[in-house]
Design a protein around this ligand. Sequence first.
Ligand SMILES: Nc1ncnc2c1ncn2[C@@H]1O[C@H](COP(=O)(O)OP(=O)(O)OP(=O)(O)O)[C@@H](O)[C@H]1O
Length: 571
Amino acid sequence: MITDADVWLARHLQPEVPRLCLGAGALVLSSFVNFRTGAQLKTAIEEGGKSSAVRSLMLFGLGAAAGCVRTIIFDSASERLRASMSVQVFAAKLLEEPSQSPEERGSVAAMDSDVALCADFILKIQNVARFTSSIVGGTVAMFRASWKLSAAVWPLLVLGALHGARAGAKRSMKSAQSLAQAREDALSFAEERLQHSDLVRWFCRAEEEAKAFHVKCEKSVAVATSSARKRGVAHFVLDWASKGVLLGLSSLGSQLVARGELTAGQLTSYFFHATFLGLGLYGLVGLVPEIVAARAAAMRLSNSTKAAKAKANTAETSTLLQGERALPINFKNVHFRYSDQEVLQGFSLQLAAGETCALVGASGCGKTTALRLLLGDFHISSGEVCIGGSNVGTLSLKELRHMVSVAPQAAALLGSSVTEAIKFGAKSNPVSAESVEDAAKAASAHSFVKSRPQGYDAPVGRGGELLSGGERQRVALARALIRDAPVLLLDEPTSGLDANTAASLAEAVLGRTSRPTTLIATHSLALIRSCDTVAVVSKGQVVQRGRFADLISDASGQLAQIARSGELQEA
Ligand SMILES: Nc1ncnc2c1ncn2[C@@H]1O[C@H](COP(=O)(O)OP(=O)(O)OP(=O)(O)O)[C@@H](O)[C@H]1O
């Protein structure tokens, strides 16, 4: 049955079809030369002479050239297929909705091994062609040698092979899926640990983590062993049955020889052709698990690209809100839960266009979660999250990214230099050096960048590792500001800064004349004081809302209590 995965695979194979046909032609030609080699050698020996040697050399040259062309075509096609799949899956993974567990997110290594399985599929086509030609050649030769024997044996061999292939396909699909799942678990684990290998070293955990990885690898060994056992039994049945057929063939053949209907020589050559057919059938049946594994990999890859496509498709359905300087935000009685806890329980908050609001509350009360809902990261159970009157859930990613810019907590930077890291946030290119500098100034990053010998061309390292935490945060803020979106979300933007820098950053970002609507999750008094309003969150709800001066003067109010508990800092 043709599945979506087959269509997906075929779509990637399509551009290669003309080249593959050429490769198949070369394959047929080199096989023909191989078949002819024996006869040609015989002629060369019997006839002798220069012209016969030259003819032989030309024929062998043709075969070698065909083999060379075939190798180039199939090997390069396999690599092109691998690249085109990787590019599509990479692009889709970038758009994938954030999942709550690393296992769901999948690992890059597992994705790469799926792509490799699919790309190898193209090389398997060569073997399919080889085995098919062996089956066809063997069949024709067998029937020509003795149709009586063939009529008795051929259907048995072919039906047995078909049955073996069907059983193998069913079994392989299941075991390929469980093996892939087990490997995926181990690889995600390994990737996460390797990404944070410094933590493993600092806490002396190398031995324990290696053991945990070993346990995960053992799971895939168990799955592979169980499927190897089944394959072993199948091999036993196939081997035993084929020898049985051979036995039957010998006894029937010897009767025909005894009756004078077949010579001993014809029977010998008949066995030779039957072996040819048997090897072809055996080879094709053996390819089934590999083809099934490639289809299973294609299924996983095509599934992971589907979700992204669905999102991209909605881009045309609604109009982009362009040119707005600031848009209102409205959370209407929002309920949201992660798998194990309800974090927002009737969360309501309204921000007018251009308003700046500090979201304050105890650690873990759901501030970052509220920001992430505005970014469209998660689906809510009930209620509504709206930007500019549009429900975030109905907007395409493209529209949402036009409206919202963000400086996340513990931000990483992507780009070879400070300039590139800031430009990463711009809506469109090219971006002038002045815009980059303006954004850096507004984020209080300009002076430290200028103090470096290379200035804005200074490298930031992988993820921004060459900058300090506070410097990285300010460059991340500049990246958010250069986007010039009507909604700005800041998550603890001053947590790595001293009080003075935090105060000047608060003034630079919030004191601008033309401000986007700004929601800031923060514990910083400098920021809270500079915002128009404050929203205090507790138990998944906004429990206090108003101007800072009014709320803090209410000694029994939530904000005053939080301030007394020491949760708020100057920076
Ligand atoms: N991806 C996730 N999966 C499951 N639970 C999560 C996830 N992210 C956050 N949580 C949980 O949701 C709750 C709210 O987290 P959130 O990050 O929104 O808090 P916060 O108010 O921003 O905290 P902080 O001030 O410490 O940054 C926490 O209890 C946290 O453990």
